[in-house]
Write a new protein. Structure first.
Length: 361
C-alpha cells in the first residue's frame, strides 16, 4: 500500500480537548443562527420548492437560451429565488421552479410571471399550436405543476426519518461488528458532521432541497467508512499490543491509517471541489453539502470519534476496576455482599467481550 507518511508520531489525543471544543463551537454557531432567524420571524433554513411548496413550470424552446440568461430575465420581473434546471434528455426543455410565496401558492400568478420574463426571448406559441407549428413563437409553456405546503412537509418529514434510520442502522452494525462503545462514538461523529453541515446552510442561507438530503446521506456513509477504518486498526492493534494503553494504541492507529486517509479523502475532496467550482447553480447546494461534509467527516474520524471511544472505554474500565475492588474488599461478617455479586457480573460481562484493558491517558 502506498505510504505518504512513513514515520508519523503525532499525539492526536493530546489535543482532543480543544479539537472537540472547536466542534462544539461550530455546532453552537449553527444552532444560534437557526434560533436567531426563527426569533426574528425568518425561516431557520432556506427550504426549496421540494420542502416548502411552490410551482414547477416546464418550458420548451426552439433555441434554448443559457440558464444565466433565463435567470436574468426572471430577476427583471422580480421573480426571486427561482431555480432553472435543465432536463437531461431534452436539450430544448427547462424546468423553472418558483418557491411558495406566503401561505398559499398561486399557479396562475407564477405562470404569468414566468411568461412575462420569457417574452424577452420572443413570443409564446399559441395554446392550440405545437411549438414547431407556430413560426413566430420562441417558446411554449408545456406544463405547470404545483407542490403544496402539505406535500412539502411530508417530504421533509420523510427526509428526516430516512436520515435517522440510517444513523440507527450504522449504530447497530458497528455495535455488532465491534462493540457498542465504538458504534455510539461513530454515530455521535456522524451527527456532528451532519449538524455542522446544516449549520453552514442555516448561516449562509443556502437552499435545502432533496439533492441536499441525498448529499447528507452520502456524507453519512462517507464519514462512517472513514471512522470504521480507524476503529478496525485500533481493534487489530489492541490484540497485537495488549500491554499498551488504549491511549497509545489509538494514537498509533490514527497515525498508521493517516496515509490512507489523506490519499482517499484527498481524491474525494478534489472531485467535490470540481463540482463546487464547475457544477453550476443546479448542483451548487449538493456540492457545497458534500464539500463541507468531506472536510468535517475526515476531521471527525480523528478528532471526534476516536477521543469519544477512548473516553468511554476508559470510563467503563475504571468502573470495572472499582467494582472488582469492591468485590474483593472483605466485610465484617465475612459474607460476600450484594455489591460483590453485582461486581462479579460486571467484570464477567466485560471480560466476555474480550476487550483488553484501556489504560490511563
Amino acid at each position: 500500500m502506498l505510504q505518504m507518511f512513513k514515520t508519523v508520531n503525532v499525539d492526536w489525543l493530546k489535543h482532543r480537548a480543544w479539537l472537540i471544543g472547536l466542534s462544539v463551537a461550530l455546532m453552537l454557531a449553527g444552532l444560534g443562527s437557526a434560533i436567531v432567524r426563527q426569533a426574528t420571524g425568518h425561516q431557520p433554513f432556506n427550504l426549496g420548492v421540494d420542502f416548502k411548496g411552490g410551482t414547477v413550470i416546464t418550458v420548451k424552446f426552439k433555441q434554448r437560451p443559457t440558464d444565466d440568461a433565463i435567470r436574468t430575465a426572471l430577476t427583471s420581473q422580480s421573480v426571486r429565488d427561482a431555480i432553472v434546471q435543465p432536463v437531461t434528455d431534452k436539450n430544448d426543455t427547462v424546468l423553472i421552479k418558483l418557491p411558495l410565496e406566503g401561505e398559499t401558492s398561486s399557479v396562475d400568478a407564477g405562470r404569468d410571471q414566468v411568461r412575462k420574463a420569457l417574452n424577452n426571448f420572443g413570443t409564446e406559441a399559441q395554446p392550440n399550436f405545437e411549438l414547431e407549428a407556430d413560426p413566430s413563437a420562441a417558446y411554449k409553456i408545456v406544463g405547470t405543476d404545483a407542490v403544496g405546503a402539505v406535500a412539502g412537509a411530508q417530504l421533509r418529514n420523510k427526509a428526516i426519518a430516512v436520515t435517522l434510520a440510517a444513523l440507527v442502522g450504522i449504530l447497530v452494525y458497528i455495535a455488532m461488528r465491534f462493540e457498542w462503545t465504538y458504534g455510539a462514538a461513530a454515530v455521535i461523529a456522524v451527527f456532528h458532521d451532519v449538524l455542522i453541515t446544516l449549520g453552514f446552510f442555516s448561516a449562509f442561507q443556502w437552499e435545502v432541497s432533496l439533492t441536499v438530503i441525498a448529499a447528507l446521506l452520502t456524507l453519512v456513509g462517507f464519514s462512517v467508512n472513514d471512522t470504521i477504518v480507524v476503529f478496525d486498526r485500533i481493534r487489530e492493534n489492541r490484540k497485537l499490543n495488549r500491554r499498551d494503553s488504549l491511549y497509545k494504541i489509538t494514537n498509533d492507529s490514527i497515525n498508521q491509517t493517516l496515509s490512507r486517509t489523506v490519499i482517499a479523502n484527498g481524491l474525494v475532496f478534489l472531485s467535490v471541489l470540481a463540482l463546487v467550482l464547475f457544477g453550476g447553480d443546479v448542483l451548487r447546494a449538493f456540492s457545497l453539502a458534500l464539500f463541507i461534509g468531506v472536510i468535517f467527516g475526515t476531521y471527525s474520524s480523528i478528532a471526534v470519534a476516536s477521543p469519544i471511544m477512548v473516553w468511554w472505554e476508559q470510563r467503563i474500565d475504571a468502573a470495572n476496576r472499582a467494582a472488582t475492588l469492591a468485590y474483593n474488599r472483605p466485610t465484617k461478617s465475612g459474607v460476600q455482599s450484594a455489591v460483590k455479586t453485582s461486581a462479579r457480573g460486571a467484570v464477567a460481562s466485560h471480560a466476555a467481550k474480550g476487550s483488553p484493558g484501556a489504560g490511563r491517558a
